[in-house]
Design a binder for this molecule. Structure first.
Ligand SMILES: [Zn+2]
Length: 445
């Protein structure tokens, strides 16, 4: 029997939805704005008259401190129980072939912006956790340019963690309060943080045997290790470690789906390391990258990598000197390591995906790429309008420009199927690099 979301919404929240649905105030909204019915609103906004629990108010205060990219555009929403969210998300996922039951879900954003999304991937990860990837089908702010947004949400219990990338803006979804019964959706501005990703230092381009491309999906297994500092910072975002890890993996998979690349990441292991960060990025990085350095806490990662057959290992840290760094571009098995900071402003710009694509051979935009590059066609791309950059491009030459969940490719347009071409065959085709290299990386372990 289908779950009827209304059964799970308290009267207070229904009232809040009615108060905040765009269209109720005709003077404030274009008459063509879609009006989502309450049943399709994934996260009902909470009215400003609602007295929020103290833990939620504290969470709101923390956001500003944790995320310098957060703007004043912020709303509090109800993060409903797993049964409701999961039911709505799984029914909205087209690939599940739900037929007439297939349902689009709406998300209300700050300033009464409303997007409607269609699910393209839903994964039940066990333990009450699931990841969902949706593509935007309508947007009250960009009514002429749809197909330009991607939503990635990982739910655990009632906690919802996510990213909402739209044509012109990016929003973060983050749990609030200890129970995660509320969440915040806020607009982020990537240009507000000056923390870059450090270019890989080790540009050796070691040769490995290139395997022929195969049509089926290539699975690359990821080990995520985390320091006690990283654990504390993730906890302060009210997300669980497993949820945070699943969200990183899902954002990468959304990138591959959006780039029409038949590659998928899967989590091989999520392990704590009892390593105390020194506060010096290079020291901690090298102790992770350079095995056998008598740092037994780190060495446990390498044993775990073998045991769980993880092709790539990433250390999650709380050192925000940089957002991340890969050991090299085009890694071999011994070099398939990266360090990624867990603060929200690094996740907002998808640093985890960026660094792991370096390991596969992806380069930055040409002014920030190695010379000569690993592949002449393997550069990140900045659109001619200087508005967007693909996953591997820096924002130095287009700041502020939004990083989108796409790899550069002459075969892609942004917005999908109707916008600007996202690359060229000769210089900007990181999608091709990933397609060519994924098979070899998937056999590292
Ligand atoms: Zn980089």
């Amino acid at each position: 029997m289908p779950i009827r979301p209304r059964q799970f919404i308290g009267p207070l929240v229904v009232m809040a939805v009615l108060l905040t649905i765009p269209g109720r105030d005709a003077s404030a909204q274009p008459t063509t704005s879609p009006r989502p019915s309450a049943e399709t609103i994934l996260f009902p906004p909470v009215g400003s008259n609602v007295d929020l629990p103290s833990g939620v108010r504290e969470g709101l205060r923390q956001i500003r401190g944790l995320d310098p990219t957060a703007t004043d555009e912020l709303i509090v929403v109800q993060s409903r129980g797993l049964a409701v969210t999961r039911s709505m998300l799984s029914r909205s996922t087209a690939e599940r072939g739900a037929g007439p039951e297939t349902q689009q879900v709406s998300i209300i954003l700050p300033n009464a912006r409303v997007i409607t999304t269609k699910g393209i991937s839903f994964k039940d990860l066990g333990g009450g956790r699931s990841s969902w990837i949706g593509s935007v089908t309508s947007d009250t702010t960009n009514q002429a340019n749809v197909n330009a947004g991607t939503v990635v949400i990982t739910t655990e219990g009632s906690r919802a963690l996510g990213s909402i990338s739209l044509l012109d803006q990016k929003y973060a979804l983050t749990p609030l309060g200890q129970e995660g019964e509320f969440a915040a959706i806020y607009k982020v501005e990537e240009g507000r943080t000056l923390k870059p990703e450090e270019p890989p230092q080790n540009l050796k381009f070691k040769k490995r045997t290139e395997a022929p491309q195969e049509p089926s999906t290539t699975n690359i297994r990821i080990l995520l290790a985390y320091t006690p500092t990283a654990e504390r910072i993730i906890a302060s975002q009210n997300a669980t470690l497993g949820q945070y890890a699943a969200q990183l993996i899902a954002e990468s998979n959304a990138t591959f789906i959006g780039s029409k690349v038949n590659v998928s990441y899967e989590l091989a292991s999520l392990m704590p390391v009892s390593y105390t960060e020194t506060g010096d990025w290079v020291t901690d990085r090298d102790r992770f990258f350079l095995k056998g350095g008598n740092y037994s806490d780190m060495d446990a990662v390498f044993d775990e990598r073998d045991k769980t057959k993880a092709d790539i290992a990433v250390l999650l840290t709380g050192d925000n000197t940089y957002c991340g760094e890969a050991e090299t571009i085009h890694a071999n098995s011994e070099e398939a390591f990266a360090v990624v900071d867990v603060e929200p402003f690094c996740r907002n710009k998808f640093t985890f995906t960026h660094e792991t694509v370096h390991l596969l051979g992806g380069e930055h935009d040409p002014p920030h790429a190695s010379n000569p590059p690993y592949k002449p066609y393997g550069h990140g791309y900045i659109t001619g309008q200087q508005t967007w950059r693909t996953m591997m491009a820096y924002d130095t030459d287009c700041s502020p420009c939004t990083r989108i969940l796409r790899l550069s490719s002459p075969l892609l347009r942004y917005p999908d199927d109707q916008g600007e071409v996202l690359g060229t065959a000769n210089e900007y085709d990181n999608a091709r690099v990933v397609k060519e290299e994924a098979e070899a990386v998937s056999k590292f372990k």
